[in-house]
Design a protein around this ligand. Structure first.
Ligand SMILES: Nc1ncnc2c1ncn2[C@@H]1O[C@H](COP(=O)(O)OP(=O)(O)OP(=O)(O)O)[C@@H](O)[C@H]1O
Length: 601
């Protein structure tokens, strides 16, 4: 009962979306469904009528007879033309509305995706669902609608044929029906098996796609070619694909055999009833035109029933795929947000209180019992070895993840109490793996604050602060220059360091109170790096800045340095304090300083 209700709810959703995409499709499909449904029955009925009329009027060439025959003939043709025209228009309208429907459902999926927690996005099981949803959300809803209307059309035809056969003999009809039951049952069963196979192999399918992208995506071309990896990834893809096909072919082979056998079984009913019909026709119990009508109905009803079994199976498969969309839309692991606004005060205090964190699926704590307080007048530098947890610290502060234990407080209130959008405006960020947008320079910087993306003066100011203006102004179209050659031939591909300066400009352009910069100088040349040091001085005078860096000289900027080691906060204080402490920070600083004081001769 629950599953029927569930089915109806899902169908209701799909039909609502189809209606939104184009009510014309809906009504045309209903019209076409009726015409397609009754058309074959009407055609054989009119043909039988024509045979009967011709038979009764052999030798009678009166104009009344000729007109009557002509009317029957024209009715047949008119019906064929109308059904063909409706079907053609429906196909065209469906193709257009199908695009719109796919687009609308993709948007719903994208809206939902935006609300999913990062922890869940990191989960491979979620990536399976995500991939299944995205690959099916475009095509399956329309497939289901067309399939259901097609099924109703077949049922209408079947009712017509059933009426004809029942007029002949009810038992003959039941006899035919019983013999077609196996094919309907097994077709549905195999579609279920195929669906389960595809579901279980989603990760393998993703892997096949992953290898394809490695060998075809321009983004990977340089590295794959330089390391001569093409053959390796191609063979890995083939290996995965062959294994996938082995499983797929096994089910398909079984399905072919069972289809042929059940098809023959269905035909047995029709053959037996046909033999009986021939016998009663020879005995003179039915006329020639009735014989034509009945024999055509018997043969066609079986082919229609076989067709219906395919439709039922493919509709149930579509519905199973559509379940992915529903499962995705019902994801509960969404980003929580409360309503609290951030106070408008000159200095905010941020406090990590017994914060520990481990990533989903991992047993290891990446941050362990962190306690630290800093305020937004301070410039904070986070240092530590690779993997010590610096970026994770920043991600918790940005509320991309929540602490596994402990709390992060902003002005003594847990970050979880705040409106998430307030927090997103409060913090500006440069991620280590920042995005290189394919867009104009102006937008690439303006994305730092979408609400004032039109403000060219502020965009230019941000680029001046970071020094990005120097190379931007050399571009022919200045700030209107398109970056990355994804769409335009005359676009510019900035160098690694130039991209980094654009990304820092984006963070600077944000109206954030606190800037979090993760490895902001990693791609800069030595001269640019020294200049960027002055830039950070300027930025940190303008707003609170948290810098994560392996460049120890940057720590001179800091009011507070936090040193992490294997997820633990091991040292904390001003530059002078930590140097005087002569412990780990001192050692790290000294190693780098010594390595830079190389003799020039
Ligand atoms: N999404 C993730 N899922 C699971 N583990 C992760 C994830 N991101 C990072 N880690 C693990 O967390 C640990 C800390 O990583 P993090 O990126 O915070 O270190 P880091 O100090 O910023 O390192 P680096 O200086 O190399 O950038 C590492 O062991 C890393 O493997």
């Amino acid at each position: 009962m629950k599953s029927i209700k569930d089915y109806i709810i899902k169908l209701g959703f799909i039909f609502k979306e189809i209606f939104k995409a184009g009510s014309g499709v809906f009504f045309l499909s209903i019209g076409s469904m009726f015409i397609t449904g009754i058309s074959p029955v009407v055609t054989i009925y009119l043909t039988a009528k024509l045979i009967e009329e011709v038979g009764q009027n052999v030798g009678n060439e009166s104009s009344i007879v000729l007109v009557r025959l002509l009317i029957i003939l024209l009715s047949m043709l008119a019906f064929i033309v109308i059904s063909f025209a409706t079907e053609s228009v429906k196909t065209i309208i469906c193709a257009i509305a199908g695009l719109k429907l796919s687009h609308n459902i993709e948007n719903l999926v994208a809206d939902k995706f935006q609300s999913i927690k990062q922890e869940r996005i990191d989960d491979p099981a979620f990536l399976d669902l995500h991939s299944n949803t995205l690959t099916k959300c475009g095509s399956e809803p329309l497939n289901l609608m067309e399939g259901l209307f097609g099924m109703v059309a077949s049922l209408i035809s079947l009712v017509g044929y059933a009426v004809i056969i029942i007029r002949l003999n009810l038992l003959a009809f039941l006899f035919i029906m019983v013999f077609t039951l196996p094919i309907i049952f097994y077709k549905r069963k195999f579609q279920g098996m195929m669906f389960r196979f595809f579901s279980e192999r989603t990760m393998q399918t993703r892997r096949i796609w992953y290898y394809l992208s490695l060998i075809t995506d321009p983004m990977y071309a340089k590295e794959v070619r330089s390391f001569r990896l093409y053959d390796y990834f191609r063979s890995k893809r083939k290996e995965s694909f062959d294994d996938f096909m082995k499983g797929n072919s096994k089910i398909a082979a079984k399905e072919i055999i069972v289809s042929i056998v059940t098809c023959f079984i269905s035909m047995i009913g029709a053959i037996l009833v046909g033999i009986w019909l021939v016998k009663i026709a020879i005995a003179g119990y039915v006329t020639v035109s009735e014989f034509y009508l009945f024999i055509t109905a018997i043969i066609t009803i079986v082919t229609k029933l076989i067709g219906l079994s395919n439709q039922i199976a493919s509709n149930s498969k579509s519905m199973m795929f559509i379940n992915y969309i529903f499962e995705f839309m019902q994801e509960k692991d969404t980003i929580e947000s409360n309503h609290l606004k951030i106070k408008e005060i000159p200095v905010h205090i941020i406090r990590f209180e017994n914060v520990s964190f481990k990533y989903t699926g991992s047993d290891n704590y990446v941050l362990k019992d962190i306690n630290v307080t800093f305020n937004t007048k301070e410039t904070v530098c986070l240092v530590g070895e690779n993997g010590s947890g610096k970026s994770t610290f920043a991600k918790l502060l940005l509320k991309i993840y929540n602490p596994t234990q402990g709390r992060i407080l902003l002005d003594d209130i847990d970050l979880r109490e705040y409106d998430i959008n307030e927090l997103r405006l409060f913090f500006g960020v440069l991620f280590q793996d920042y995005v290189k947008f394919s867009d104009s320079v102006s937008n690439c910087i303006g994305f730092g604050n979408i609400d004032k993306i039109q403000s060219d003066t502020d965009i230019h100011k941000a680029a001046e602060i970071t020094g990005a203006n120097k190379f931007i102004e050399n571009y022919k179209n200045k700030y209107d220059t398109y970056l990355s050659k994804m769409f335009y031939n005359d676009a510019i591909e900035p160098s690694g360091g130039q991209w980094q300066k654009i990304a820092i400009s984006r963070a600077v352009f944000s109206d954030a109170s606190v800037l979090v910069l993760d490895e902001p100088t990693a791609a800069l040349d030595p001269k640019a790096e020294v200049k960027m040091f002055d830039t950070f001085k300027t930025i940190s005078n303008l707003k609170a800045t948290i810098i994560i860096s392996h460049r120890m000289y940057i720590t001179k900027l800091a009011d507070k340095i936090i040193l992490l080691d294997k997820g633990e906060l091991v040292e904390e204080g001003s530059f002078e304090q930590l140097i005087d402490l002569k412990k780990e920070f001192y050692n790290m600083y000294k190693i780098q300083a010594d390595s830079y004081s190389m003799k020039l001769d």
